[in-house]
Design a binder for this molecule. Structure first.
Ligand code: ATP
Ligand code: MG
Length: 567
């Protein structure tokens, strides 16, 4: 709880509603003028883009006002949690560009203090052990308009409650046989006040505390107190916790005084079209082998997006665009894709790859000759320089960049038509050779030697520009094309259907025999970002090796044709 230096924002304008609350609290000198947020993931799965929204808020607001943000693993359910998830969560937050320094905490660190508080509440008659089954307890809950019924165990003596709770934790009872409940009000209009469960028995070993505990606190009994023990001032979470807030305050009241108390603030979740965001469903996709793993590039996980080639900046820009409100919304995945394209356009290294190659023979070009043409690495950033690309007598172009009987206004290659090979010469088609099925096997062309860039003829105008690679030096690669994982706009809304029925059967297409220029093959290190000209944005997959290159298509290029044509 070190004193933080707080930056007073010059103006309140431009702040989102959470930042506004924080600014007001700081100005009012609450909590001694401290600001401390926390991001509280449960280590029961990998983080997804929804978590990224929470991370940007929790760390972002702390950064903005010069406060601190804790990383707190909310590890109160040993059955579902695992260190694999802890490690992935750390990696993903760092990748997004945030750091918690030495403020890494675990709800399990507070088990002793929470247990002591439970004992105190029992002694004060504010908690009791209930021997009923969860079904019996649920049946007594009532409804928002009908009050609940008191448990027959509600008025046990303090001594009996203490004895039972201590024995629950000693492992004397089976799971499900007893719970510890807060003794509040079974008629409260807030259902969360109807004697909420504080502790349940779990005999599964915990990834940090082993077999030390046999009772584990529920979220509502752990979260606010953990915030308090850590010195958190603003506990920012999503809207589904609004009805929990009075209970959060109720338990915090047992600990806090005027000098310091954490407060809960809620914002709207991120929901994306054509995506499921529930960790339970994502786990199911992984466990049932419906995707290749948590980091499958089709997954909405941070690790999947990283593997697919999304950048942290694009994710953060997207989250800035959608903003934070008090209303649930469904955000279009197209907005995220837009942010990805925008960032990749800025940083991706340009290269040439031919996805569906057909051979072109330039009959008037000397056999055995190779010349290097100069290609810009990134027209958005000339400082990135150029690289050489070999040109020779036989090249590959895309099969669909040639048409034997083209319609009007077809600006690509056709019999007797001219096109420019990007960065090289203008060629004219003189004929084709077909195989027995009528498929085009080879295209014959002549080139105009005067049209290479730098030469006077390079100014000559032709309508179409094609990408290409030299045949003898091209490197074979496999490309993985991804599409939306679901073919329904809002899978979560289709409550009648199993979400697995809504999976898009064409979400992954694998293309072999793609031809890439040598420069791409030589620069295909992990994390590299490429634009295959006129095709899209690509990144080497983790499975890629120098012997077998594999590229993930991060995202298709829109408008690429138009753009290249103008050059
Ligand atoms: P679970 O069902 O396991 O609780 P969860 O997605 O809520 O799943 P947590 O690990 O509890 O996972 O989430 C950590 C934090 O991330 C919480 O503060 C939660 O509010 C926030 N969060 C989770 N999903 C989203 C989302 N879609 N949009 C914004 N924030 C989210
Ligand atoms: Mg949660």
């Amino acid at each position: 709880m070190a004193e933080n230096v707080i930056n007073e924002p010059e103006e309140s304008k431009g702040l989102n509603f959470v930042e506004q609350i924080v600014a007001d609290d700081l100005r009012a000198g609450k909590n001694g003028g401290r600001l401390n947020t926390r991001f509280p993931p449960e280590p029961n799965g990998y983080l997804h883009i929804g978590h990224a929204k929470a991370i940007c808020m929790d760390f972002g607001v702390a950064e903005k006002f010069g406060g601190t943000c804790n990383l707190r693993f909310d590890d109160t359910n040993p059955v579902k949690e695992d260190v694999e998830y802890v490690d992935s969560i750390r990696e993903d937050i760092h990748w997004l560009g945030f750091d918690w320094g030495d403020r890494e905490y675990y709800a399990s660190d507070y088990f002793p203090q929470l247990y002591d508080l439970a004992i105190r509440l029992i002694k004060e008659g504010k908690a009791y052990v209930d021997d009923q089954t969860s079904e019996e307890i649920a049946a007594q809950k009532g409804t928002p308009t009908i009050p609940g019924t008191n448990s027959p165990y509600r008025d046990r003596t303090v001594e009996e409650n203490l004895d039972l709770f201590i024995r629950m934790n000693a492992g004397e009872f089976p799971e499900g046989s007893h719970v510890l409940r807060a003794r509040i009000d079974m008629a409260s209009s807030n259902m969360h006040f109807r004697d909420p469960i504080m502790y349940r028995i779990i005999h599964h070993p915990h990834h940090r505390t082993g077999n030390k505990w046999h009772v584990y606190p529920m979220y509502d009994f752990a979260h606010g107190q953990s915030d308090y023990f850590e010195g958190v001032t603003h506990s920012i979470c999503t809207l589904e916790f609004v009805p929990h807030r009075p209970l959060y305050d109720y338990f915090v009241d047992e600990l806090a005084d005027e000098s310091y108390r954490p407060r809960q603030i809620e914002f709207n979740r991120l929901n994306l079209t054509y995506t499921v965001m529930s960790k339970r469903k994502l786990l199911q996709l992984v466990k049932e082998g419906l995707v290749a793993g948590w980091d499958d590039p089709r997954m909405p996980t941070i690790s999947g997006m990283r593997r697919r080639g999304f950048t942290p900046r694009s994710i953060r820009n997207f989250i800035d665009t959608i903003g934070y409100t008090k209303y649930e919304a469904l955000n279009s995945v197209a907005l995220l894709e837009y942010a990805v394209r925008e960032d990749l356009n800025r940083i991706a290294t340009r290269g040439m790859a031919v996805m569906d190659p057909v051979r072109v023979i330039i009959t008037n070009y000397p056999e055995g000759k190779t010349e290097m043409v100069e290609m810009e690495n990134n027209p958005e950033n000339p400082a990135e320089g150029t690289h050489g690309m070999p040109f020779s007598r036989e090249i590959f172009i895309e099969r669909d960049d040639f048409m034997e009987n083209p319609p009007k206004k077809y600006f690509r290659l056709a019999p007797d038509a001219e096109v420019r090979l990007k960065g090289a010469y203008i060629i004219r088609c003189t004929g084709v050779e077909k195989d027995a099925d009528g498929q085009i096997r080879e295209i014959y062309c002549t080139y105009d030697p005067d049209t290479r860039s730098g030469l006077p003829g390079s100014q000559r105008k032709v309508k179409g520009t094609l990408h290409w690679v030299a045949a003898d030096t091209a490197v074979d690669a496999t490309v993985r094309l991804y599409d939306r994982l679901f073919n329904v706009e809002n899978p979560a809304a289709e409550t009648e259907r199993d979400f697995r029925e809504m999976l898009n059967p064409d979400s992954l297409k694998v293309i072999n025999g793609v031809k890439v220029e040598p420069f791409l093959a030589n620069s295909a290190s992990r994390g590299a970002k490429f634009q295959f000209q006129r095709v899209g944005y690509f990144t080497p997959d983790y499975d890629s090796t120098p012997e077998h290159l594999i590229f993930n298509r991060t995202i298709a290029l829109k408008d690429s044709w138009e753009k290249v044509q103008k050059k």
